[in-house]
Ligand binder design. Structure first.
Ligand code: 13P
Ligand code: ZN
Length: 285
């Protein structure tokens, strides 16, 4: 089978297009990786090249040894990927230690994986373990409203989770485990990847302050839907803050707890703290 005919490839490209349409991928901003299933690899293996050298990943991911990933290339504009996926995308194979990778398909005009490969693979390694292999997608996007909020809200998991939950009844149902926040760090390396992947132990969405967001999921729809839901809620919060430093009414901790039974979710009480004044938006005092 031709690599571009694989269903995972078509779904991946659709997600790149959707993310671009949302305005989350200026220039080469953002990146996407998919941990390919064994039978999907077998169906296209005869199309792989074997002339590329092994190169260091920049992080150690032994639990991903021997796995194959579909990856956006560093410097590739999301806008161009659907037009010419063989230029913008590549498939990499990891070695038997999870220390090195080699290119087996793609980047037809030369290229290499996203500079955020260490973050992606460290997140994949954690999610493979904590979800028993269910999660296969890691997505990084430059979501405008989440970035804007990271300039004005206190950078804590508690504040971001609570304020985003309050902005949309859907939110606690879609991400009942909450959302993590990483303070500003230099992107593109192992350090930020380690901090992010520690948060991925308990969350499926992590904010990089003043930069963007990472989401993890089992399917393309689930992962994109998580990013979309969070960013939509952030947009509502930004609009509310533009109208007033105060909320006239809100979804209260009691309301949030009332969702637990009907929606079969458990909300961590850490996020349902009492506020001195429910109407004041943090950072707008
Ligand atoms: P890449 O072009 O290397 O994927 O980098 C884009 C980005 O968003 C860095 O955080
Ligand atoms: Zn980025």
């Amino acid at each position: 089978m031709r690599v571009l005919e694989s269903k995972f490839m078509r779904d991946f490209i659709n997600m790149v297009q959707e993310g671009y349409n949302q305005g989350w991928h200026e220039r080469n901003g953002g990146n996407l990786t998919y941990r390919i299933r064994q039978h999907e690899v077998e169906a296209i293996r005869d199309r792989f090249y074997d002339h590329h050298d092994w190169l260091p990943i920049g992080a150690s991911v032994p639990d991903l040894a021997g796995e194959f990933f579909l990856v956006t290339g560093t410097g590739q504009f999301f806008r161009n990927i659907p037009v010419d996926p063989e230029v913008g995308l590549g498939i990499i194979e990891l070695d038997d230690k999870g220390e090195n990778y080699r290119i087996v398909w793609g980047w037809a005009e030369g290229g290499r994986p996203t500079s955020e490969l260490p973050s992606h693979l460290l997140n994949h390694q954690v999610k493979k373990r904590v979800t028993n292999g269910r999660h296969r997608i890691i997505y990084h996007a430059h979501t405008t409203n989440i970035i804007a909020l990271s300039f004005v809200l206190p950078l804590s998991d508690e504040v971001f989770t609570r304020e985003l939950w309050e902005m949309s009844t859907e939110c606690p149902v879609v991400f009942p485990e909450g959302i993590g926040v990483v303070d500003w760090m230099v992107p593109g390396g192992r350090e930020i990847g380690i901090v992010t992947s520690r948060m991925m132990e308990k969350y499926s969405a992590v904010i990089w302050a003043m930069h963007g967001m990472f989401c993890s999921g089992a399917t393309f729809d689930e992962t994109f839907g998580l990013m979309h839901t969070i960013e939509k809620s952030a947009e509502i919060l930004v609009k509310v803050m533009m109208m007033s430093p105060r909320k006239r009414q809100t979804i209260t901790p009691e309301n949030l707890r009332a969702l637990e039974g009907p929606f079969h979710i458990t909300l961590d009480e850490r996020f349902l703290y009492e506020k001195p004044d429910d109407s004041i938006i943090p950072g707008m005092e």
